[in-house]
Design a protein around this ligand. Structure first.
Ligand code: ADE
Length: 247
């Protein structure tokens, strides 16, 4: 396969959607190979314990290093090209922000291993040990807290897999989409021409491709200025003409 993905979690059922839709199709086509592993298979005690209280005190539990060490020894060596080296991806609210650029970087890899921990975290020595052997990316979906890394891993995997060359039917739809030009996407319309009294903007029916392109660019810019001014150079964010249509 072009890419191998291993996911280690205490909730393997949470990753069931990987067999559906996009990653499912990529696996059928042989482009992608995904394996989900239950962390508890690498526990050795009778109660299959994966967490313990934090040194130094505080709320919540921390994931113990021993099962993670065994799990990552197993997964990090199992790629199509063991010498090439896997990238360990650790979803955590204290990671670097996940962006389209990070998705593109991960899509260039041959082997990704996701370590899904609960949000209080995995014993830091697990990540330090893995970092001695290869690249580790601690990644945050955004400034909010999920209960564990599973949903974040699903989001990252979907964003990465759809970028694999030979997967998407239409490469132009990748180039044109939101975020590749640094602006939010312009609004889109399809038939019928009038729906519930609302008409599709005239310019889109004009056949004038230059006018359509500049209308779309202006809509994208105005929408970005209102919703995501942080994405614009300061001078553009200050400009407010054309915002009426957005409320
Ligand atoms: N795990 C818990 N919260 C998360 C977040 N915001 N992003 C990635 N992983 C997480």
């Amino acid at each position: 396969p072009r890419m191998r993905i291993d996911v280690v979690t205490i909730f393997p059922d949470y990753l069931a959607p990987l067999g559906l839709s996009l990653p499912g199709k990529a696996q059928e086509s042989g482009l992608l190979q995904v394996a989900v592993h239950d962390l508890r298979q690498w526990t050795t005690d009778r109660h299959r314990t994966v967490d313990d209280t934090p040194y130094g005190g505080g709320a919540g539990m921390v994931m113990r290093p021993e099962p993670w060490g065994e799990a990552l020894d197993h997964c990090l060596d199992r790629g199509p090209n063991p010498a090439g080296g896997a990238v360990l991806v650790v979803p955590t609210p204290s990671g670097e922000r996940f962006t389209q650029r990070v998705a593109e970087e991960l899509a260039a890899e041959q082997h990704l291993v996701f370590a899904c921990g609960r949000y209080e975290g995995i014993d830091q020595r697990v990540l330090d040990d893995a970092a001695d052997r290869g690249p580790v990316r601690e990644i945050s979906l955004g400034d909010y807290v999920l209960n564990g890394g599973e949903v974040a891993a699903l989001a990252v995997i979907e964003a990465v897999v759809r970028l694999l060359p030979g997967f998407m039917g239409n490469p132009a739809s990748l180039v044109e989409e939101s975020h590749s030009d640094g602006l939010l996407e312009y609004p889109t319309y399809t038939k019928p021409q009038v729906w519930r009294g609302r008409e599709v903007p005239e310019v889109l029916r004009s056949g004038d491709h230059a006018r359509i392109a500049s209308w779309r660019h202006e809509q994208a810019r105005a929408r970005t200025a209102v919703r995501r001014p942080d994405l614009l150079p300061a001078v553009h964010a200050l400009s407010v003409e054309g915002l009426g249509a957005l409320e």
